[in-house]
Design a protein around this ligand. Structure first.
Ligand SMILES: Cc1cc2nc3c(=O)[nH]c(=O)nc-3n(C[C@H](O)[C@H](O)[C@H](O)COP(=O)(O)OP(=O)(O)OC[C@H]3O[C@@H](n4cnc5c(N)ncnc54)[C@H](O)[C@@H]3O)c2cc1C
Length: 493
């Protein structure tokens, strides 16, 4: 359990609405920035400092001191969709940056389900941070493999830890919080202890190893039939795109390798509720035809080897994968900022986090931003999607670059435009050679729906082209080709 700290002493100036907020940021930058002789932007706050809490700080060796350039220090928390896009697009000539995240790579989550059954290797969906922003190798920029555990907005310091015991502080001029979300359990007993979440490469590897271990155990001559059936029963809880894609990948895996495995997909509400009814019906038919048992009922409890349903049914299982939506992480919950009703960091239209004053007004913090799953607009929340997170990262980098550039050129600070989300569409793999695709924004009556093999081709090409770098594209193409020619790699280690 990571230590948490309650921070107090909140004192931000009040701004008048969104436009006021955006203008206020520019004026704050004007106040803080001093153009240097070299034309770079200087901030009046001191440089990043590190120390060990609870002990006298040891002097940092000269070789580890960041190079002093006089540029503003942007600290980015996280290396997911939002942070990766921000880090990629922020201009390294205008900002120095420190990235803090336990992961030194970004995970291409739409292809994560494929790594659970050996269609793709874990390295294929993990994009190294230094490929995303090569300037991270420069001395003035830093990556710390650590968790942020507290933020002091007045001292402009993020407290971090690698092991949950020893802590160090990192100073910031500007802070972007992009620490994502975590799988929701809805308080259902046993989920945390017994179910597997699919959020990260390490989760996918764990699921893959568990699946193969169960398959090997089930085949031992010492197993009873009852125990064998349990070991080969997989339950996927959650009928959203992630649950469906995982079940679809599994079904295509068992049709080629392990016919005895049974899959149940449990969803209390609507299967693929965000898609239009024709696509939902198509997906349900397709999953059913592939032997996936669709169960429409709520889960009451998860025991070590049994799933208890609200209708009293009991499903003995060997592997339970939980994918019922997301909620705030402990870190998000601990932060002393205004929150939405669902516990995400509340942001204004320009992605500023905010203080909550005594009369419940939102007071924007001019140099602290939140983006991606960890936050939501205080008036109109967007869904927790990669495309939202990525567009927010792109937006923030563009606004910050423009403001810093204007300052260097001694031009008038540009007006910040509010963030606007453009929904590109939704896709879900529903099994071997089949997917459902909605292109465009169907909520606005615009768009195109596809099913079947052509949508599977669209699914594959869309994700291949969206993979950030050539190395990962080659890995993915190679893995797909190897799986096609020789079958999936199901070795566990
Ligand atoms: C299996 C799966 C499939 C998905 N498929 C799709 C899809 O097809 N289309 C789509 O639009 N969306 C999809 N999503 C949702 C999408 O991945 C998320 O909306 C997106 O990852 C959110 O981006 P983010 O940057 O906010 O957070 P994340 O990508 O989750 O990144 C959070 C980052 O913060 C780091 N972090 C966490 N806590 C701390 C801390 N205390 N200090 C420092 N760093 C921290 C993490 O290590 C990570 O690097 C999928 C999600 C999953 C899990």
């Amino acid at each position: 359990m990571l230590p948490r700290r309650v921070l107090g002493g909140l004192a931000a100036s009040r701004a008048e609405g969104v436009d006021g907020t955006c203008r206020a940021l520019v004026s704050l930058q004007n106040a803080l920035c001093k153009p240097s002789d070299t034309g770079t932007v200087q901030f009046s706050s001191p440089w990043q400092q590190h120390q060990t809490r609870g002990q006298k700080a040891a002097p940092t060796p000269a070789s580890e001191l960041p190079l002093q350039t006089g540029r503003a220090r942007m600290v980015v928390l996280g290396t997911g969709w939002a942070a990766a896009r921000l880090i990629r697009d922020i201009n390294p000539k205008l900002f120095d940056f420190t990235v803090i995240s336990p992961r030194n790579h970004m995970v291409f989550t739409p292809l994560l389900a494929s790594t659970c059954v050996g269609t793709l290797e874990p390295r294929s969906v993990a994009l190294p941070l230094t490929d995303i922003q090569p300037q991270l190798k420069q001395l003035q920029n830093k990556y710390y493999a650590a968790d942020a555990v507290a933020i002091d907005k007045d001292k402009q310091v993020v407290t971090c830890t690698e092991d949950g015991v020893e802590e160090f502080d990192v100073k910031f001029d500007m802070l972007a919080i992009a620490t994502g979300s975590q799988g929701s359990t809805f308080g259902i007993p046993g989920v945390e202890q017994h179910a597997h979440f699919l959020r990260d490469v390490s989760n996918a590897t764990h699921i893959r190893n568990h699946l193969i271990a169960n398959w090997n155990k089930a085949n031992l001559p010492t197993r009873t039939q009852k125990e064998r059936s349990r070991l080969l029963q997989i339950v996927v809880v959650g009928g959203g795109p992630t649950g469906v894609e995982f079940a679809g990948e599994l079904s295509s895996f068992i049709s080629t390798r392990a016919r005895d495995i049974r899959i149940s997909l449990v969803e209390g509400a609507q299967l693929l509720g965000s898609f239009d009814v024709r696509l939902r019906e198509y997906a349900a038919r397709k999953l059913h035809n592939q032997g996936i048992h669709l169960i429409k009922v709520m889960v009451k409890e998860v025991k070590e080897t049994e799933l208890i349903l609200q209708n009293g049914d009991v499903i003995p299982y060997g592997l339970c994968v939980w994918s019922t939506g997301v909620g705030p992480t402990d870190f998000t919950t601990s932060l002393p900022f205004a929150k939405t009703a669902r516990g995400r960091i509340a942001v204004d239209d320009c992605l500023h986090a905010g203080d909550k004053s005594s009369n419940d007004d939102f007071e924007p913090l001019h140099n602290i931003f939140a983006l991606g799953d960890c936050c939501a607009n205080k008036e109109h929340a967007l869904p927790a999607l990669a495309q939202v997170a990525e567009q927010q990262g792109m937006y923030l980098a563009k606004q910050l670059n423009a403001a810093a550039k204007a300052r260097v050129g001694k031009e008038e600070a540009p007006q910040w435009k509010p963030f606007e989300y453009h929904h590109l569409g939704s896709m879900a793999l529903v099994g071997k050679g089949s997917a459902i695709v909605e292109l465009g924004d169907h909520s606005k009556g615009r768009g195109l729906s596809l099913t079947g093999f052509k949508s599977w081709l669209a699914w594959r090409s869309a994700y291949l082209t969206r993979l950030g770098n050539v190395r990962n594209r080659l890995y993915v193409m190679l893995d797909w080709t190897i799986a096609l020619l020789f079958g999936r790699d199901v070795s566990a280690w």
